[in-house]
Design a protein around this ligand. Structure first.
Ligand SMILES: [Zn+2]
Length: 217
């Protein structure tokens, strides 16, 4: 109890400073502290459920099969808290770093930009997901309502979704802060490799197990 209360209080403090400072280093440190503890995901779940009791997406974001750093990025996205350029009024250039053709909003960066919508298309084709992901709210609703039957393919979809969101955000930061260009193929392979390794499944046939039971409307 004592440890948990201390953890909650320090996490709450760190989280608030994260929202305002939005430092990836601070986020990494928070995660490291947190997940060194046994049952880190359960603690995260308790903490965030306590902080926002009525958020329907909490269970989608905080799952033990999702890597904690991926959950964390997804959580910031679900809360609309990732510091995209459209949210930073002081910036003279608020265009998307990937394409330069639209304002960098959450919806554009993660769903509507040419690169990201192509990546989503590939992930959806790979894991047999029919619904299009056009906004983060729609994506979270789809995963919560549609992809909940326990199966290998369900786990693969959740792990892939969180990994894609996390790696897109990392690629965006690497481009803006280090000038490193996004390598679409590499990012796609990275998500795939992560899914195979997390599930310990190495063929697509096995990975899609459970999809044949689904009745598409
Ligand atoms: Zn773009």
């Amino acid at each position: 109890m004592g440890t948990h209360r201390y953890l909650s209080r320090s996490c709450r403090f760190e989280t608030v400073s994260l929202w305002t400072a939005s430092s990836p280093a601070a986020a990494e440190q928070l995660l490291a502290e947190w997940f060194q503890q046994p049952r880190g995901v359960a603690r995260a779940y308790d903490f965030f459920r306590g902080a926002r009791p009525h958020q329907a997406w909490v269970r989608t974001v905080w799952q033990s099969r999702i890597q904690p750093s991926h959950s964390f990025t997804l959580w910031l996205l679900a809360r609309g808290r990732l510091p995209v350029r459209a949210r930073q009024d002081y910036l003279p250039d608020r265009q998307c770093a990937f394409c330069g053709h639209a304002e960098e909003t959450l919806e554009h960066l993660f769903f509507q930009c040419g690169t990201t919508s192509r990546l989503w298309g590939r992930i959806r084709a790979w894991l047999l997901m029919r619904p299009e992901m056009t906004t983060f709210r729609r994506m979270l609703r789809t995963f919560r309502q549609r992809y909940r039957r326990p199966s290998t393919v369900t786990s693969a979809r959740h792990v892939a979704m969180a990994a894609l969101v996390h790696h897109l955000w990392s690629a965006r930061n690497a481009l803006i802060h280090e000038g490193r260009q996004l390598d679409e193929e590499r990012l796609y392979r990275r998500v795939q490799t992560h899914v195979y390794r997390t599930l310990g499944v190495y063929t697509d046939q096995e990975l899609r197990r459970g999809a044949e039971m689904e009745i598409e409307p």
